[in-house]
Design a protein around this ligand. Structure first.
Ligand SMILES: Cc1cc2nc3c(=O)[nH]c(=O)nc-3n(C[C@H](O)[C@H](O)[C@H](O)COP(=O)(O)OP(=O)(O)OC[C@H]3O[C@@H](n4cnc5c(N)ncnc54)[C@H](O)[C@@H]3O)c2cc1C
Length: 604
């Protein structure tokens, strides 16, 4: 892919990106909860479920991502639908942001309560309500974790077929449109959730559909609530599909001499329509990290440090599984696959897949290299992109090349661990970095943005399964186009209030637009357009009132019309929502923010 084109796209994404420290600075000292609101929430949720200080706040200030922690003002453990409905109603009417969370295993910061307010934890709502054997469906509460559900299903000869390498809640998985290693055969959460019962910002409880196999009336509200990352509704209950445990299961590990050959084999394997349940690829660096992480174990496993495929077949009999795996082996050989390791026994397979699941944690072994050169604040960037399968070999090769070329140009060499769900065209890139080294952070951000840009240029998306969270919002306009973002806004608007809403957490999809709106209207703003800023003319009419208070009496329409507002002067201070030109155009076209005033004439 042409470097120049990628650079342009990456710069467009960069233009919409705001440093997290600036976000934090702009939000510092903001409080949404008054003693009166605290009393209302305690009365609704019960004292035993509400925390306003101590370890609970700290726990809920972060997830598994590299994003900086940010404390909520209150943590509430949800226990019933009535309670969630009441909390949402109170928060909504007092403009208190609510960030729902499940197991907080997210990798894009979606459950970090950046705006403060309430962290609504659904992890205690973790019951299986009923198994429907005939239809292969189970009715569960959203807080149940994947492994707990599988423990329950095992005795029934069933399993839940969406299998991320983490142990998240089903509500979190639905909210992020999660998938995992079994996606190749069984699909993502989007294919496996039949119906959800959700609570909207105003407390309304809606069931998105009945649990029949088919339904041809009405809009598809289930899918509207999938992948919305808590910005639209809070799912607390759902019907999901389950699958009988396969009678035949076999696995295979294959080594390749090049990443290209390895990823070309993936394309051929997928085209062959075998019963492959898992097709996972690890690059040479990931294998090195795995080897490193094994070193201190009693019986360390050491693999040849070359690109490697982990394959698995699920079939109706052991004989059929063996036959299918033979076909897979033959296909891999045509692309130079070698050093085959077959695993048919349960224990052997367990060992093979434990290795693959360990790939994420193995990256932590890279930490010591950074510490050795003096790094004190080591973090891990974990990101995922997804492209049509035919573009997968090119994308993965270009990504490795970019990391190598950047090391030559800048002298900064990152250990780039690439692994992922290859048959879906989806891979993760995990890189340890020194957060205290500004130059290093900048170079890594550029590499990361170029990877997103490359995925977009190949017809792909900036995240196949982790969501936008707070990390990838700046790329959404480039991925979706401004019209689609506008449609999302129009769907969001009637479901929640027009200002910062209970669900409009900064950094989350449409929530970003809403937050941008309130921030732009409530503080002096710096609106970047590429390297420049807008002049005073284009900012005429924007209000500069004090930051929002939690009194719930704001009239956003009055403020949108600019009535009683003070025009901005051509002096700027940093606002946490500096927007990319594409997003600005979107806000402008859809009259979201001060219609017609944001873009200088001639640029619309
Ligand atoms: C080691 C490791 C491996 C991983 N592997 C995979 C993988 O293979 N595939 C994959 O898809 N992901 C993977 N992930 C990422 C993560 O596990 C998923 O994104 C998961 O779906 C998050 O679920 P959670 O319950 O932890 O949600 P949280 O992290 O708590 O929240 C994630 C988002 O969902 C929202 N949310 C959570 N619950 C609700 C609810 N009930 N209602 C409304 N919104 C809600 C939150 O506001 C937030 O925006 C991995 C993470 C780790 C640490």
């Amino acid at each position: 892919m042409e470097r120049q084109r990628i650079d342009v796209l990456a710069r467009q994404i960069q233009a919409g990106f705001t440093e997290e420290s600036a976000v934090r600075q702009s939000l510092e000292g903001r409080k949404f909860l008054t003693p009166k609101i605290v009393d209302l929430l305690v009365a609704c949720a019960g004292e035993e479920n509400v925390f306003t200080a101590g370890a609970e706040l700290e726990k809920h200030s972060q997830d598994h991502s590299h994003h900086l922690p940010c404390s909520p003002e209150m943590v509430i453990y949800a226990r019933s639908t009535e309670m969630i409905s009441g909390i949402m109603r109170i928060c909504n009417s007092h403009r208190v942001p609510v960030t729902p969370c499940g197991a907080r295993t997210g990798l894009e910061g979606g459950s970090i309560p950046v705006g403060g307010g309430v962290s609504l934890d659904l992890s205690k709502m973790n019951q299986v309500l009923k198994l429907y054997q005939d239809e292969l469906q189970v009715h569960v509460q959203a807080g149940i974790k994947k492994e707990a559900l599988n423990d329950y299903l095992e005795s029934e000869g069933l399993f839940f077929q969406v299998d991320p390498a983490s142990n998240p809640s089903l509500g979190g998985m639905a909210a992020t449109g999660s998938s995992g290693t079994l996606c190749c055969k069984y699909g993502t959460m989007k294919e496996n959730v039949i119906s959800l019962t959700v609570v909207l910002a105003d407390g309304t409880v809606v069931t998105t559909r009945r649990r029949t196999r088919k339904n041809s009336t009405g809009y598809d509200l289930t899918h509207l609530c999938m992948g919305q990352e808590g910005t639209l509704a809070v799912p607390w209950l759902g019907f999901v599909k389950v699958t009988p445990q396969p009678s035949g299961e076999s696995s295979l590990r294959v080594s390749f001499d090049s990443l290209q050959a390895c990823s070309r084999a993936v394309v051929k394997l997928k085209q062959a329509q075998l019963s492959l349940s898992r097709v996972e690829l690890l690059n040479a660096q990931s294998i090195l990290s795995l080897n490193d992480s094994q070193k201190n174990r009693a019986n360390p496993i050491q693999l040849e440090p070359v690109p490697t495929l982990f394959l698995q077949v699920h079939a109706t009999s052991a004989a059929l599984a063996a036959q299918e795996l033979d076909s897979a082996k033959a296909i891999a050989e045509t692309e130079g696959g070698r050093s085959f390791v077959l695993a048919t026994e349960k224990e052997e397979q367990q060992q093979l897949w434990d290795l693959r699941r360990g790939a994420y944690f193995a990256c932590q072994s890279n930490r010591k290299h950074l510490v050795a050169r003096g790094a004190t604040d080591v973090r891990m960037l974990t990101t995922d992109v997804c492209v049509p399968l035919s573009d997968f070999p090119a994308l993965i090769e270009e990504t490795e090349e970019d990391y190598n070329a950047t090391a030559e140009e800048t002298g900064i060499r990152f250990l780039c661990n690439i692994f992922g769900h290859a048959a879906d065209g989806n891979f993760h890139c995990c890189v340890m970095f020194d957060h205290g080294n500004a130059k290093e952070v900048e170079v890594l951000h550029q590499l990361d943005r170029r990877m997103w840009a490359r995925a977009l240029a190949h017809g792909g998306v900036v995240s196949g399964e982790h969501g936008a969270g707070m990390g990838k919002v700046s790329a959404l306009a480039e991925e979706w186009g401004t019209d689609a973002i506008g449609v999302m806004w129009r769907l969001k608007k009637p479901l929640g209030p027009t200002q910062r809403t209970a669900l409009a957490e900064p950094g989350c999809i449409v929530g970003t637009l809403i937050t941008a709106q309130t921030e732009q209207l409530s503080s002096r703003a710096m609106l970047r357009q590429g390297s420049g800023v807008f002049g005073a003319d284009s900012l005429q009419g924007l209000s500069t009132r004090a930051p929002l208070q939690s009194d719930g009496d704001r009239d956003s329409d009055r403020r949108l019309s600019g009535a009683k507002s003070e025009a901005l002067q051509p002096e700027f201070s940093v606002c946490h929502a500096s927007l990319s030109p594409s997003l600005l155009r979107c806000l402008d076209e859809h009259e979201i923010l001060n219609p017609g005033k944001l873009l200088p004439s001639g640029t619309r």
